[in-house]
Design a protein around this ligand. Structure first.
Ligand SMILES: Nc1ncnc2c1ncn2[C@@H]1O[C@H](COP(=O)(O)OP(=O)(O)OP(=O)(O)O)[C@@H](O)[C@H]1O
Ligand SMILES: [Mg+2]
Length: 301
């Protein structure tokens, strides 16, 4: 569906290397999270796909069409929701979406536009000027604008930044439905729980390089070989007495809770070791790492 190879981007004149030899293949039907810190290169990559930024090297094909030679065809296949909401216009919402449809030769697109406005809670604003929309509404408007031509791939650059919590959850449902209906989706976000909830593949980009690209379940499985275990006691603990557990990095929280980092296979052994010391615990909790922990440990490696 999307094929990126040897892609590099150097911004002149400072010679800032924003992307360094990126390889990425996206299959039809995938829902991919593109994660990375501020300045990692996410927007640069998306702007190249959108045809707004010229790449320095490499090849990009979208739906089989080469971006260099078939720019118009690629635009039909992909819909892009930009990060910037600076889009300023005195035109009304509906009229703008109608005009956008016109670019794609879809003059009788009224039903699709109505549907999108409804799904994105913008029906009430259909005749408002875009300039008069709030920041969160503008984001939703930009999603509608990216979708009027019913693209097969939707790329969203931080679609939920600045969107209120309730509307964010509405957007999640909207994106999940779109994905179920067959749209291939790529999403960047700084809310990692969003990637955890929505996506099936996680790509992490760091200083212009891809440092992780795995199915989400695989990534989480690889990292959950070690879990955090917490034992609650009804007496106060001394760290000095926990030396027999040193290999599991003991920590004491609020005097009575013992935290250990334990490889899953060692769990029975650890419980046994504690029992042998006649330390009766009153509660036990096991926590698997969240995608957020995995993300942080990867980018700090
Ligand atoms: N037009 C430009 N001219 C020069 N440098 C640029 C330009 N656009 C981006 N950069 C630089 O390229 C690097 C990548 O920026 P990019 O916007 O792609 O990051 P990002 O991953 O989208 O970050 P964020 O999470 O903050 O949106 C940064 O160092 C940035 O300063
Ligand atoms: Mg960005």
């Amino acid at each position: 569906m999307l094929n990126i190879s040897n892609l590099s981007k150097t911004y002149l004149p400072e010679k800032k290397e924003a992307l360094k030899n990126i390889h990425l293949q996206i299959q039809k039907g995938e829902f991919t999270a593109l994660l990375g810190q501020n300045g990692a290169g996410k927007t640069t990559l998306i702007n190249i796909l959108a045809g707004n930024v010229l790449k320095t090297a490499g090849m990009v094909t979208i739906g089989g069409y080469n971006l260099d030679t078939h720019a118009l065809e690629t635009k039909r296949i992909i819909g892009i929701v930009p990060q910037e909401t600076g889009y300023d216009s005195t035109f009304p919402v509906y009229e703008t979406l109608k005009k956008q449809s016109g670019y794609f030769g879809m003059r009788h697109n009224g039903a699709t536009i109505d549907e999108l406005l409804e799904a994105l809670y913008l029906t009430e604003k259909r005749n408002s000027n875009i300039r008069e929309l709030s920041g969160g509404m503008k984001k939703r408007f930009l999603i509608a604008k990216a979708l009027v031509h019913r693209p097969k791939i939707l790329v969203l650059d931080e679609p939920t930044a600045g969107v209120d919590i309730e509307m964010r959850h509405t957007l999640y449902d909207f994106l999940l439905r779109l994905h179920q209906e067959g749209t291939t989706i790529i999403l960047t976000t700084h809310y990692i729980e969003e990637a955890e909830k929505l996506c099936d593949r996680v790509v992490i980009i760091d200083s212009g390089r891809i440092i992780a690209d795995e199915p989400k379940t695989q990534l989480m499985e690889n990292f959950s070989r070690e879990v955090t275990v917490e034992f609650q006691f009804d007496f106060e603990l001394e760290l000095a007495d926990m030396a027999f557990l040193n290999m599991y990095h003991p920590q004491i929280e609020e005097k009575t809770r013992l935290q250990l980092r334990v490889p899953k296979k060692d769990l029975p052994k650890v419980v046994h070791m504690i029992a042998q010391k006649n330390m009766a615990f009153v509660d036990l909790g096991i926590e698997k790492p969240k995608l957020e922990d995995i993300y942080l440990s990867l980018i700090h490696r």
